[in-house]
Design a protein around this ligand. Structure first.
Ligand code: ADP
Ligand code: MG
Length: 220
């Protein structure tokens, strides 16, 4: 598979959202240990509203979907992670030179993700090692970006990004939080993964599950 159209992109977000909603108890459990315990409910609220919005519309363009997803997350979640996860999609839009994008290939997907990552790090100022979602997002983006230099296979590219995010999640277990409220619970957060990093890996997991399914159904 070499391109993602609006229909596939919508399914990718829906699946990612469902994964996050399903994982609410686990996200709550780990944010209760290292943060203030609201990450799971915040993400569930955000993606429930995203799913509602996406399901009530037929989309022709990828940028319209990204815009709606970002705005729903910003509006419905509040708090640090509403801005952070919203910025992934709103920031990603800056990567499109033109509006009304019907499909994107692997290179365009990489640009979308890189712009989203840049928006998050510009806003939140977190670096790799600070025990945030950046620790999952940055390796995901750099791994898919490196992969895209020699291949245009979207399914394999997203798989590489998903694996990169999982490696990042594992590394957060051995970090002490420096950003967000988790930093107030310093001594307790060793050994537990960062909740936002886990959510990030769940996003990529959902993206991968959908493109893999499309490939298996023979979508070109
Ligand atoms: P809050 O911190 O407002 O309680 P959540 O609990 O929903 O928000 O989200 C916490 C997650 O937000 C953390 O696990 C971390 O991944 C992410 N986070 C916090 N601060 C930053 C930041 N400056 N940049 C990127 N991600 C951050
Ligand atoms: Mg919290």
């Amino acid at each position: 598979m070499e391109t993602i159209n609006a229909k596939i992109f919508k399914e990718m977000i829906i699946k990612a959202g469902e994964n996050i909603i399903e994982s609410e108890p686990y996200l709550t459990e780990i944010d209760e240990i290292i943060g203030d315990g609201d990450h799971g409910t915040g993400m569930k609220r955000g993606f429930t509203s995203v799913l509602k919005k996406l399901n009530e519309k037929n989309y022709e363009y990828i940028d319209d979907i990204a815009n709606d997803v970002g705005l729903e997350l910003l509006k419905s979640m509040g708090g640090a992670s509403g801005v952070i996860f919203g910025s992934l999609f709103i920031g990603g839009l800056r990567g499109f030179k033109v509006k009304k994008v019907k499909e994107m290939d692997l290179k365009q997907s990489v640009i979308f993700l890189s712009c989203g990552e840049e928006a998050i790090t510009t806003r939140g100022k977190a670096c790799v090692g600070d025990k945030t979602m950046v620790d999952a997002l940055t390796p995901a983006v750099s791994d898919i970006s490196e992969f895209a230099e020699t291949s245009s296979d979207i399914v394999e590219g997203i798989k590489v990004a998903y694996s990169g995010s999982l490696v990042g999640v594992e590394k957060t277990k051995n970090m002490l939080a420096k950003k967000g409220r988790a930093k107030n619970f310093h001594n307790k957060n060793f050994g537990v993964p960062d909740p936002g990093a886990v959510s990030t890996s769940l996003l990529f997991k959902g993206f991968y599950e959908v493109v893999l399914d499309m490939k298996e159904k023979g979508v070109k």
